[in-house]
Design a protein around this ligand. Structure first.
Ligand SMILES: C[S@@+](CC[C@H](N)C(=O)[O-])C[C@H]1O[C@@H](n2cnc3c(N)ncnc32)[C@H](O)[C@@H]1O
Length: 820
């Protein structure tokens, strides 16, 4: 019969510490905080009575939660230290004096909420006296009935005892809604739960028997006095470890243990007997057999010596011992009788729990069911909203090609229509026309068809739907934003990367709506189906140039410049910004990766110098391919980046540390079967960040990943590659230019051969000579130059100020190094 120490470490839990931290006088504060969070009764209260308020933590919570200037009155048997904004006094809540005092403080007002957290003082070694507790609760209810305003709230502590159901029933008679709940801060070992009774009915006349413990718990009293109750609920007899109940000791009874074993009614013996005799002066066969039984432990002997101080578990042990003895004696054990007894016990002791559980289960099922219905309705409404919005935007899907209007968003991806050769069908078909009825439906609002919103949606429904719609809008905005950024990036890169297939796509996507308006009746006979996707800017784009570049070169100013014909040659802007008319080296097909990644080539030069063009193209292809490979290597086929976990798993699979089956098995964890039904999208998305098993990464795998990253980092990045390619490209251009000039010179008719040779040699030497490297002048920081800032006097060009000592030291170091 272990009992819990009040000051034991187990009792000083997180709420205890939290209460200390937050300055609450007791951890009980969190119970009210949590109850109020769930039911929100304090925010709307202007007058509160706190019954059994000492030391006052509930009053503290009430002050915080209630509107400023509210009236809070706290009463307790014990004194309560003053709390700003709270009236407190010392009194017994069961007395008329307390009632009068409360009336004096409240004047003519009525209380919006009555709180009660009372616990009568009971013996320390026994569990709290539930009957007394229920009595106290009834007293507090009586006060609540006197002071509560109609519709008011009564929040009380109740113990899950025999009187619990009775109390709940009484609450139910006086209030519209009664919720029994156990806040998380209430210890599990405690039998307390809290009833929040809302909507006080304020009946004009209350039958006094309701609030009188003698009548309210009348039927229960009888059961308390049965033998079973005495055995299974000894605490209801107010047993105390210290001795017998007053007056009871005169009825001292002793029964032979063998009689107890043989008896068919062991419960009544246990209930009405003080001692089971195991030893007598006269020899007894059955008693000596009992004494010899290994099950007759000193503990059992002790229990037998004084039955009046035993608790439930001790009685249970005695009953078990009796069964063993009966088996040893060959007496019928009625195996069923024992479990029956136990079952009975369980049923009696935990009937409240079971009932509560069933109620909770029923409630949960109901909630689930209604949530499901709401969900379905909401989805239906959303679908209709979307449909209507599409119709309003003239985005009706052509039904004649078999597309369900309620299908997903990509129904409007006209590209896919083109692919499926559905374009011609669309072009020939008629667009869906809204019927008058549909229009009416549209006008009447979102949920106009079928069940109306007004009929069925409560506030929660509306809020939930709004939240979902906002979330959808947010998702849409985010997707648009990302697409915009991506497009901008593509356009920026386009200066160097040319036109990619993607770019064409994205630009096409922008004009989907425009194409809908086109009248295509005349095109019926066209062999080619009319393209649904058309670029608004229908100027022919050179496949080698980005859109921006094409637009730039299409200006009039460039019209007459030779070599800028868009179709077969291309101009390149030099690094220094000059426009140079340079024939470029080769031109692979537009759709190849090379062209996508930006090697600028022209058909003409490819024709002129096919072999070199092919070489250069190959090289450029190789370089770009490498860059692409590098990028692709870090992405999965679905475009998502390869994570360290994935790499580790791949490594383990490759080295045989894991098998595919093993991996599949591993993934059947608690997250695998999570019910996501009915959860809003935003919640699922947010949860998805955390509802995965964290897979540890081994040291070896981490090292392997590091090595891989190091190897990747060691390779030149894309920009460096590009710079190298540019340099090469320019050198080729210079050479080409030189060749052209020398060809011109060679064909010059007015020059002698010698002159021609000299001019060409000059050109070549000029091309060879590199711009001289600008020298850096070293200025020693001494004399006038000591400590100066900025350019020293008389020094032109690049300079570097050095310290004289540093120069000497460097020389000395060199000398020393040489000597070694
Ligand atoms: C658990 S404490 C209340 C804690 C309080 N709610 C708080 O937050 O600080 C129970 C209180 O009930 C009081 N109490 C028990 N019987 C009472 C009675 N008949 N009249 C007034 N107070 C009583 C006890 O004095 C004790 O202070």
């Amino acid at each position: 019969m272990g009992f819990q120490k009040k000051t034991g470490k187990g009792r000083l839990d997180k709420y205890y510490r939290l209460a200390k931290e937050k300055g609450y006088r007791a951890r009980a504060a969190f119970k009210l905080l949590q109850l109020n969070k769930k039911f929100g009764f304090l925010q709307n209260s202007k007058v509160v009575i706190d019954l059994c308020a000492a030391p006052g933590s509930w009053c503290q919570v009430a002050v915080e939660a209630m509107p400023r200037g509210s009236l809070i009155v706290g009463v307790d048997l014990s004194p309560i230290k003053p709390i700003p904004g709270v009236i407190t006094f010392q009194s017994d809540i069961t007395t008329d004096k307390c009632r009068a005092e409360l009336r004096r403080h409240l004047k003519t007002w009525k209380a919006d909420t009555v709180l009660h957290d009372g616990a009568p003082n009971v013996g320390t070694a026994w569990i709290q006296d539930s009957f007394n507790q229920a009595e106290l609760t009834l007293q507090s209810l009586k006060l609540a009935c006197d002071f509560l305003v109609e519709g008011g709230t009564f929040c009380t502590k109740v113990f899950r005892s025999a009187q619990y159901n009775q109390l709940l029933w009484i609450f139910g008679q006086l209030f519209d809604k009664v919720d029994a709940t156990k806040p998380p801060s209430s210890r599990n070992v405690s039998a307390e739960i809290f009833c929040v009774c809302r909507g006080f009915k304020a009946p004009k006349h209350i039958d006094p028997r309701f609030l009188d413990p003698r009548t309210a718990f009348a039927d229960l009293k009888e059961t308390v006095n049965t033998d079973e109750a005495r055995v299974y609920k000894p605490e209801q007899k107010k047993r105390k470890r210290g001795g017998y109940e007053e007056g009871d000791y005169t009825l001292y009874k002793e029964v032979l243990a063998s009689e107890f074993v043989e008896s068919t009614d062991p419960i009544s013996i246990l209930a009405n007997t003080n001692r089971l005799i195991l030893e007598t002066l006269e020899p007894s066969l059955s008693l000596s057999a009992l004494n010899k039984m290994p099950a007759t432990t000193p503990e059992i002997r002790q229990y037998c010596s004084d039955l009046k101080v035993l608790g439930r578990s001790e009685f249970k042990k005695l009953l078990k011992w009796r069964i063993l003895a009966r088996e040893a004696f060959g007496l019928p054990t009625k195996k069923t009788s024992k479990p029956a007894a136990e079952e009975e016990e369980v049923a009696e002791v935990e009937s409240m729990d079971e009932e509560l559980k069933i109620q909770e289960e029923l409630q949960a099922m109901k909630d689930k069911d209604s949530a499901k219905r709401k969900r379905e309705k909401r989805k239906e409404n959303e679908r209709k909203t979307k449909e209507i919005r599409r119709l309003q935007m003239h985005m009706t899907a052509p039904m004649d090609i078999g597309i369900d209007a309620a299908a997903q968003e990509d129904v409007f991806r006209l590209k896919s229509l083109e692919k499926d050769n559905a374009v011609s069908k669309v072009a020939k078909g008629r667009m869906a026309v809204l019927s008058e009825r549909q229009k009416k439906d549209q006008d009447s609002g979102i949920g106009s068809s079928g069940e109306t919103d007004d009929e069925s949606d409560d506030l929660n429904d509306v809020l939930e739907r709004e939240l979902d719609q906002q979330y959808d809008a947010y998702q849409e905005r985010r997707a648009n934003y990302e697409a915009r950024i991506k497009r901008r990036k593509q356009e920026e890169d386009g200066e160097w990367e040319g036109v990619s297939a993607d770019e064409n796509e994205s630009s096409d996507d922008d004009i989907v709506e425009e194409s809908d308006d086109s009248d295509d009746e005349d095109d019926e006979d066209d062999e080619e189906p009319q393209r649904l996707l058309m670029d608004l800017d229908n100027t022919a784009t050179d496949p080698g140039l980005s859109k921006r570049a094409t637009k730039f070169f299409s200006q009039d100013i460039f019209k007459d410049i030779p070599g800028l014909e868009q179709s077969d040659s291309e101009s390149v802007i030099g690094e220094d910004g000059d426009m140079e008319d340079i024939p470029v080296i080769g031109k692979p097909e537009v759709k190849t990766k090379t062209s996508e990644k930006g090697t600028k080539v022209s058909k003409r030069s490819a024709k002129e110098n096919p072999s070199r063009a092919a070489d250069d193209t190959k090289e450029a292809e190789g370089q770009n391919q490498e860059v692409d490979d590098w990028e692709d290597a870090n992405r999965r086929s679905d475009g998502r980046p390869i994570t360290a976990e994935a790499m580790m798993l791949a490594h383990q699979l490759a080295t045989g540390q894991k098998t595919t089956h093993g991996v599949i098995d591993e993934n059947f964890d608690k997250y695998a079967f999570r019910d996501r039904d009915g959860l809003p999208d935003w919640f699922i998305e947010d949860e998805s960040k955390h509802d995965k098993k964290q897979k540890p990464i081994t040291k070896e795998a981490a090292q392997a990943i590091k090595d891989k990253m190091r190897a990747l980092n060691a390779r030149p990045i894309k920009k460096v590659r590009e710079a190298q390619a540019r340099k090469k490209f320019k050198a080729a251009q210079r050479l080409e230019k030189l060749k052209k000039k020398s060809d011109l010179l060679a064909n010059e008719e007015g020059m002698t051969e010698k002159e021609k040779a000299e001019s060409i040699a000059k050109l070549l030497s000029k091309a060879k000579t590199k711009a001289p490297k600008r020298s850096v002048r070293v200025v020693v920081a001494r004399g006038v130059n000591r400590g100066i800032q900025g350019r020293p006097k008389g020094v032109k060009g690049r300079y570097k100020i050095v310290d004289a000592r540093m120069k000497k030291e460097t020389r000395a170091l060199k000398r020393i190094a040489k000597r070694k």
